[in-house]
Ligand binder design. Structure first.
Ligand SMILES: NC(=O)c1ccc[n+]([C@@H]2O[C@H](COP(=O)([O-])OP(=O)(O)OC[C@H]3O[C@@H](n4cnc5c(N)ncnc54)[C@H](O)[C@@H]3O)[C@@H](O)[C@H]2O)c1
Length: 331
């Protein structure tokens, strides 16, 4: 495996996301330095990392030599300074609090190398606000993963006002090099792309259960055995294109009005009060019939990896340079 363009990477914050980032970078042959403010949490992350490697070795996904190499590449650091030494890329993965992110970035501004890229896993905040007034602002960027990034490749990339184009380009190139799929946003919007779309769907799913239209299992079945099967291959626009013989224009010409009526009929923002959450919890547990949380995560990860492999082996036969057709407008 060739050395990646940024060979030393620091992961700051080793919770659910940080520990998974460590695996992404180790897998891509980076030297990885992991730091967590809470030593116990760093220990838990390390135990998770070891267990993940062992499971993959026993399951035949990784060889003993690969697991040894991954282990060798990761150093679990007791101080932030140690983690940042020589790091060319930093993946901040601390808690989702604006104040905490602000203080972590202020520390990174002081302690990281003067050319290091400082990327945040934030799901919600504007990096321009987090890094306002910092000398390092031109090197700061959002690189928002999907949980867990070692299984799901999309990373939303969003520069701040001061982030240079070079930093955006290098971040995207590096993320692609380590096996992720960077997706660039043109401007900040709360929730970015993924969580906005997820929120739109979850809002309606909760309303359908809360208002007694269907139970949790029925609502989930419509996604897992219906919409979700297509969505693993194509997004809402690609799917619309396949849903009418004449393609997306014909689809929205025929169904646009029906969509408008439905959209006007969608439910309100749920309260998520205790009774509602309990109702959703009971419905979800009944649906999952005793499977443990750990078993569920392992099953999810194994099948998602299988779907990715299937897609890789069967790429869409796109014709680069083909005429996009009448009405297609360049971005
Ligand atoms: N969990 C998800 O589904 C998900 C998905 C995408 C992005 N994110 C984002 O990733 C980030 C991390 O989320 P998470 O779910 O891993 O959170 P988490 O609470 O599991 O982990 C955060 C970690 O940061 C540590 N920490 C606190 N202060 C610190 C400091 N000053 N320096 C270093 N470490 C510190 C905590 O001890 C903890 O281990 C958040 O910004 C979150 O929004 C989460």
């Amino acid at each position: 495996m060739t050395a990646p363009m940024m060979s030393t990477v620091a992961v700051v914050g080793a919770g659910v996301i940080g520990r998974s980032w460590a695996l992404v970078f180790a897998r891509a042959a980076c030297n990885v330095r992991v730091y967590d403010f809470v030593p116990e949490q760093a220990k838990r992350a390390r135990a998770w990392f070891e267990a993940e490697l062992d499971r993959n070795r026993v399951g035949g996904v990784l060889t003993a030599a690969q697991t040894a190499a991954y282990r060798e590449r990761v150093r679990w650091c007791g101080t932030l300074e140690d983690a940042l030494a020589n790091a060319e890329y930093v993946q901040e993965s601390g808690p989702e609090s604006f104040e905490l992110k602000e203080s972590i970035f202020a520390e990174l501004d002081q302690a990281a190398g003067s050319e290091a890229i400082l990327a945040s896993s934030t799901s919600a905040h504007d990096i321009a606000e987090i890094t306002a007034g910092l000398a390092a602002a031109r090197r700061c960027i959002v690189a928002h993963p999907v949980n867990p990034p070692h299984v799901i490749p999309v990373v939303e990339v969003l520069p701040g006002r001061e982030t240079t184009n070079e930093v955006v380009e290098r971040t995207c190139a590096f993320l692609a090099e380590v096996g992720q799929t960077p997706v660039r946003l043109k401007r900040y919007v709360p929730g970015f792309l993924l969580n906005r779309m997820q929120a739109a769907l979850v809002r309606e799913a909760v309303n359908l259960v809360d208002s007694g239209v269907a139970d949790v299992d029925a609502v989930d079945a419509v996604i897992r055995d219906g919409l979700g099967l297509r969505w693993a291959l194509l997004g809402p626009f690609g799917v619309a294109h396949t849903n009418a013989d004449g393609g997306i224009r014909s689809y929205f010409a025929r169904y646009g009005e029906a969509y408008r009526d439905l959209m006007d009929d969608l439910g309100p923002t749920p309260t998520f009060d205790a009774a509602l959450v309990e109702h959703l919890g009971r419905g979800t547990e009944a649906m999952l019939r005793g499977v443990s949380h750990a078993e569920l995560l392992r099953w999810r990860d194994r099948l998602v990896i299988g779907i990715r492999e299937l897609k890789r082996a069967n790429p869409l036969p796109v014709r680069d340079g083909a005429d996009p057709g009448p009405g297609a407008k360049p971005d």
